[in-house]
Design a protein. Structure first.
Length: 239
């Protein structure tokens, strides 16, 4: 395990690694190793998210930021987090998608995947929808997860169309983190578009585990009415 103050060789810019180790919190590091099991514990420095976001905003304005984005794969989990936050700040849609498509194959955990949310997407939803369709058909688990997450973030309110949950319902995966995101999508959809999405539960359109997990998440949500929760409970599939 890396110790406080230790800086191991990294990629292009070791100044970044030095800064990350200056921000290290060993208690936080220990906690992260338990909640992000797909990441090698020795690659987790232990930097809190607000510090990483602040660093990303500062670093994104520097000329060498692009060199950092080009320097893949990274060695440390926090480098990937920093990469995700920098992408989220990119203001040109085409460049943002280009950087995403280069980075997504290197994403290996739910935290990096889920904390990546480009602000520019709000202004380019028609183009984003076409990109989402490509992402969810990927053979890479976290690319699929990211695509479903973007569909959940941007197309469950005024931009909702019944065709979108249909797209997600057809997905089948052996990957836990993909199925968990499918369940999260349907739980959120039940909170926002209950009447349109309920038939997917009633007709058992998802695999058993994902179906039951979506209902569990809905029942735990404060956005779902007590009446709807009781009915959803009755739709759980007994193994």
């Amino acid at each position: 395990m890396l110790k406080a103050g230790m800086v191991a060789p990294c990629g292009l810019d070791c100044n970044i690694c030095s800064k990350l180790f200056e921000l290290q919190d060993l208690k936080y590091q220990k906690m992260q190793t338990t909640i992000i099991p797909t990441v090698d514990a020795s690659s987790i420095i232990g930097v809190r998210t607000p510090e990483l976001r602040k660093l990303a905003k500062e670093f994104a304005r520097r000329e060498e930021a692009q060199d950092f984005l080009n320097d893949l794969p990274h060695r440390y989990f926090e480098e990937n987090q920093l990469h995700a936050f920098i992408i989220s700040e990119i203001k040109e849609y085409e460049i943002c998608v280009e950087e995403l498509n280069r980075f997504l194959p290197f994403v290996d955990n739910w935290a990096t995947c889920d904390q990546m949310s480009p602000k520019i997407f709000k202004k380019h939803r028609p183009e984003l929808l076409e990109q989402i369709k490509a992402w969810i058909l990927s053979d890479q688990a976290y690319t699929v997860r990211f695509g479903i997450e973007m569909l959940m973030q941007h197309f469950l309110d005024e931009n909702f169309d019944p065709a979108y949950p249909e797209m997600v319902s057809k997905l089948r995966s052996k990957e836990y983190y993909v199925n968990m995101m499918i369940a999260w999508y349907f739980a959120t959809a039940l909170a926002k578009q209950y009447d349109a999405v309920l038939p997917y539960m009633e007709n058992k359109r998802l695999d058993i585990w994902t179906h039951n997990k979506a209902i569990q998440k809905s029942v735990e949500s404060y956005r779902v009415t007590p009446e709807h929760k009781e009915y959803l409970k009755s739709l759980k599939i007994k193994k």
